[in-house]
Design a protein around this ligand. Structure first.
Ligand SMILES: [Zn+2]
Length: 264
């Protein structure tokens, strides 16, 4: 909590792409993925007043938003890789993976991020959802492709899928070197001129990477329709009042939680 007076009106801020920051009159805030409303699934993110690194903080935040205590939290041990696992495979500890999917309404899928993009992919006919932690390493390791494959194996037709790309480090603040940009040269719009950067550059050969464009390209290449892909345009580093950012806060800084679930 920030300690500011909550006021007597809820606050909403449009983060683009169907992502809406909502602060209730009691002061509790969340970012709602409104673009997947009506698909049979729900998606939300915590905002800057919650540090979702701890299980207790995550549970408290979920309780504010009326998720039941008995819901099964299905997190993954994020390793910036390409692996996507079914929530039904859980057996004790969180698996090493960067994506998880379910069609069981008792599951709450959880990933944590601060600059990487959370990505929700919903298959409405089968009431199935995948939630992906997509940073540059995971995207180049195929995490988006593997999520689409997992949903297809579970019965999805790719043309039915809806995808929502959450707030992430924007092309304004994401400087990468040629060894990283080389991984994204085929992704239309992903690699941009250094002139797009508003931050102080760290290297002579640095360029701007548009992580959202790279993710969108891989969704499109994987057969998701462009009319069913939405992307937040809020940069985590620029929105310091609303969003956590690894690049702003440093190692060990707070993280946001992104959650996904299917409705009963
Ligand atoms: Zn920025």
């Amino acid at each position: 909590m920030t300690g500011e007076p909550a006021g007597d009106q809820p606050t909403t801020i449009n983060l683009g792409g169907g992502f809406v920051y909502l602060r209730r009159v009691d002061g509790h805030a969340a970012i709602v993925v409104s673009s997947i409303a009506g698909t049979g699934a729900i998606g939300m993110m915590s905002a800057s007043e919650v540090d979702a690194r701890t299980h207790d903080a995550l549970r408290r935040w979920l309780a504010w938003w009326a998720f039941p205590d008995h819901a099964r939290i299905r997190r993954v041990n994020q390793v910036h890789g390409g692996r996507v696992v079914p929530a039904s495979s859980y057996n004790g500890a969180a698996p090493d993976a960067d994506g998880v999917w379910t069609r069981d309404s008792s599951d709450i899928l959880v990933i944590r991020a601060a600059d990487c993009a959370p990505v929700w992919i919903v298959d409405p006919p089968n009431k199935t959802i995948a939630l992906v932690h997509a940073g540059w390493r995971g995207v180049s390791a195929g995490v988006i492709d593997h999520a689409l494959e997992a949903l297809e194996t579970a019965g999805a037709h790719r043309e039915d899928l809806h995808a929502a790309i959450g707030p992430h480090i924007g092309p304004c603040c994401f400087e990468v070197g040629p060894e990283v940009s080389a991984l994204f040269l085929d992704d239309i719009g992903a690699v941009g001129d250094a002139g797009l950067l508003v931050i102080e550059r760290k290297r002579q050969d640095g360029v701007s990477l548009d992580l959202g464009a790279a993710i969108e390209h891989r969704l499109l290449a994987g057969g998701v329709s462009d009319v069913r892909i939405d992307a937040a345009d809020a940069c985590t580093r620029c929105h310091k009042d609303l969003l956590h950012s690894y690049r702003r806060n440093g190692t060990g800084g707070p993280l946001m939680a992104a959650i996904g679930a299917v409705l009963p």
